[in-house]
Design a binder for this molecule. Sequence first.
Ligand SMILES: *Cc1c(COP(=O)(O)O)cnc(C)c1O
Length: 367
Amino acid sequence: MDKLPLVDLKIEYNQIKAEIDRTIQNALDNTAFILGKEVQSFEYEFADFCNAKHAIGVSSGTEALHLVLRALDIGNGDEVITTPMTFFATAEAISQVGAMPVFIDVEADSHNLDPNLIVDAITNKTKAILPVHLHGRPADMGQINQVAEQYNLYVVEDAAQAHGATYCGTTIGNLGTAACFSFYPGKNLGAYGDAGAIVTNDAELASKLRLLRDHGREDKYLHQIVGFNARIDALQAAILRVKLCYLADWNAMRESIAVRYTQRLADLPIVLPTPSTDIVSVWHHYAICLSEREELCEELNKKGISSGKHYPLSLHLQPAYSHLGYVRGDFPVAEQIADETLSLPIYPLLSERQMDRVVDAVESFFK
Ligand SMILES: *Cc1c(COP(=O)(O)O)cnc(C)c1O
């Protein structure tokens, strides 16, 4: 039987092949490879998609986080409160500017940082809270912003998995100081290489980010500050403009797949993503939890079905952070999720038949 991947980039490309091929050919014909019109148009269109004022295209989601922390002058000696249940880049960006990630545990149902634990983690070095909208599901931004306001902290959102998600009716990108997006190929909006963007409603911050991503320059050879080469690739921007037109539909398709998974798996002894009326998830992952995670993963694999573990080692236990002194047991909820989480295949063009195959395999595992 065919292998069923976790994400099928090929089937998505085939759906839009003619448009993409034409776009790439155009870009080659125009030989406009750095910044320029495609980048500007993409930034304008992506900001519009987020209902926000500014988008700044950068070279990756990691770089988006890194540049925002730089732009906010967060650095040596500062602390940033974040979740340990995320991809490594979230904390890595904090370390890149010389600041220290301060982890707090997550909520068992949302897998996102538990806002009730923020206050106890605040010290006089705390500069920002960095929530992640894991699996495409917005974190509790209401409570996070309330604490941030009270303690005068920035809120930097890691929205790498949450393009188009909403919290209480507001699109991600308008709920913090700035939101950082990744267009890594497997993301809900994926480039054909590395790319990312920062979305913000703060004009001053947006201007500073534009300088930072392009050698701090105001003009070709006039440099206002020391920056980076962290520009979004113009070819990727052109590709992303095509794909952005499909994103709302693709997110809706993910939603209906998630709804069907939830219906069909409801009677099994597994923990399914819990619904919440406050948020609209964009279902980057469909993550279930069960104590027999390894066994189910293996069983699916034997049947040619891929699954994922997002994420199998909580960041406080990563070798790279051993110097921070965390130990197993510090964040029991995150650690349990790391041991039990399993992501099932989800992508817009996953067919009903393919989904049946996944559900049948999960059902037969429990028989
Ligand atoms: C993908 C991802 C990133 C990093 O994005 P890149 O574009 O790969 O640098 C950061 N945080 C989270 C939560 C991600 O999923």
